[in-house]
Design a protein around this ligand. Structure first.
Ligand code: ASP
Length: 352
C-alpha cells in the first residue's frame, strides 16, 4: 500500500517536474515586489483597489499550470505599489538577482512588479544585472480580484520566457500582454489599458502565446554582462531630479533643485529637448557648478541628439539619445557613480 502510494506521488512529482522529453524542467525563481498584480479590490468590478496586498505564494497558486513550464519557487522582496519603488528596494533587488543568477540551479528569474515604474526598474536591472540568464519583469493592469484579471497569464508567460533558452543573452525583458519588450525600449503608454506597454521606437523583442515565444531581435545597445555598471558595493545612488518643461517656465525651479543637492538634472524638454531661455540660463549655471545636465524630451517618440537647437558643446550638456526622462535618470545616476564629466556621460548615453 505504502509502496503504491509512494509510486503515485513519484509519478505526480515526475509529471510536474519533468518536461515531455523526460528532462527536468528549467528552474525559475519568481521575485515579487508588489504592484497591481498583487492588488486586491473589495469587489470584482470596481476601479478602486490597493496594490501590493497578496504574497508571492498566492500569486504562484493562482497559476497552477506554471508547473508545466518550469520548476518555480518564489520569494518576496517587497510588497509595494510601484509608485513607492525606492533606491533601497532597487539595490536589494539587483543584488538578489545577481546572487540568484550566479546559482547553477537557477535558469531564469521572473519579477512581478507594478506597472507604473516598471520601465525604470527594468532598465536599472538591464544595466546592473551581471548575467546572460533571462531576467523578466511582468505585472498587470487589473488587480488579482478583478473580472478578467490579466495577472495570471502574464505570470505564466513571464515564467515561460524566463525558462526559455532562446531568451538567454537578450538583456532584461518585460513580458506582458503576450509581448516581449527590451527594458531599454519599453514605455507605459496608457493609464488603464491592458495593452499599455509598447516599444514604439524600436519594436518588440518577441511575442508569446500561452508560454510559447517567438523572438525577433536582441537589444541594440550594451546591457547586463557588457555593462560597466555594478551595484556590488553601492548602498546609495546620487540624487538626480527631472524637470518638466512648459511654456514660459521660470529658471528659479532649476536653481531650487540645485540648492536641494541634485548631482544631476534630466530635462524633459519640449520637442527635441528644448527649453525657454530662462531655464537654459539656469541649467548653464548648474552645469558650471558641476551638476550634470541631460536633455531628454517630454515627447513620447524620437531621440534627442546633440547640438540641434541647443549648443550642447558650449553649455556642457548631455543629449539623452532615445532614452525617455525616467530612463535617462537611471543611466545618469549610475554614470554619476563613476564620473561627473559630461563628455564621459555622453559616451555612456551613446553606449547604453
Ligand atoms: N500603481 C500600480 C503600481 O505600479 C499600477 C500597476 O501595477 O498596474 O504598482
Amino acid at each position: 500500500m505504502l509502496r503504491s502510494l509512494f509510486g503515485i506521488s513519484l509519478l505526480i512529482y515526475g509529471l510536474s517536474a519533468y518536461g515531455q522529453a523526460g528532462k527536468p524542467l528549467p528552474a525559475v525563481k519568481i521575485i515579487a515586489t508588489g504592484g497591481t498584480i498583487a492588488g486586491e479590490a473589495a469587489t470584482s468590478a470596481q476601479a478602486g483597489y490597493t496594490s501590493g496586498q497578496v504574497g508571492v505564494e498566492t500569486l504562484i497558486k493562482a497559476v497552477p499550470t506554471l508547473s508545466k513550464v518550469a520548476r518555480v519557487s518564489g520569494e518576496q522582496i517587497s510588497n509595494v505599489g510601484s509608485q513607492d519603488m525606492s533606491d533601497e528596494i532597487w539595490l536589494k533587488l539587483a543584488k538578489r538577482v545577481n546572487q540568484l543568477a550566479a546559482m547553477r540551479d537557477v535558469d531564469g528569474i521572473a519579477i512581478t512588479h507594478g506597472t507604473d515604474t516598471m520601465e525604470e526598474t527594468a532598465y536599472f536591472l538591464h544595466l546592473v544585472a551581471k548575467t546572460r540568464k533571462p531576467v523578466v519583469l511582468t505585472g498587470s493592469m487589473r488587480p488579482s480580484t478583478a473580472l478578467s484579471a490579466d495577472g495570471p497569464l502574464n505570470i505564466y508567460n513571464a515564467v515561460a520566457v524566463a525558462a526559455d533558452p532562446q531568451a538567454v543573452g537578450r538583456g532584461v525583458l518585460v513580458s506582458i500582454n503576450d509581448q516581449i519588450h527590451s527594458a531599454h525600449d519599453v514605455i507605459k503608454t496608457d493609464t488603464t489599458a491592458t495593452d499599455t506597454f509598447m516599444s514604439p521606437y524600436h519594436g518588440l523583442i518577441g511575442a508569446t502565446a500561452y508560454g510559447v515565444s517567438q523572438y525577433y531581435r536582441g537589444p541594440f545597445k550594451k546591457h547586463t554582462v557588457q555593462s560597466e555598471f555594478s551595484v556590488d558595493n553601492v548602498n546609495s545612488l546620487p540624487r538626480v531630479d527631472i524637470i518638466y518643461v512648459y511654456e514660459d517656465m521660470p529658471g528659479d525651479v532649476v536653481d531650487a533643485i540645485v540648492k536641494l543637492g541634485a548631482k544631476g538634472i534630466v530635462v524633459a524638454g519640449v520637442g527635441n529637448g528644448n527649453m525657454p531661455k530662462a531655464v537654459m540660463d539656469a541649467l548653464g549655471r548648474a552645469a558650471k557648478a558641476g551638476v550634470v545636465v541631460v536633455r531628454a524630451s517630454r515627447v513620447a517618440l524620437g531621440f534627442v541628439g546633440r547640438n540641434v537647437e541647443v549648443d550642447d558643446n558650449k553649455m556642457s550638456f548631455v543629449a539623452a539619445e532615445e532614452l525617455n526622462p525616467p530612463k535617462a535618470r537611471v543611466l545618469l545616476r549610475l554614470g554619476l557613480l563613476k564620473t561627473k564629466d559630461p563628455k564621459q556621460i555622453q559616451t555612456m548615453f551613446n553606449t547604453y
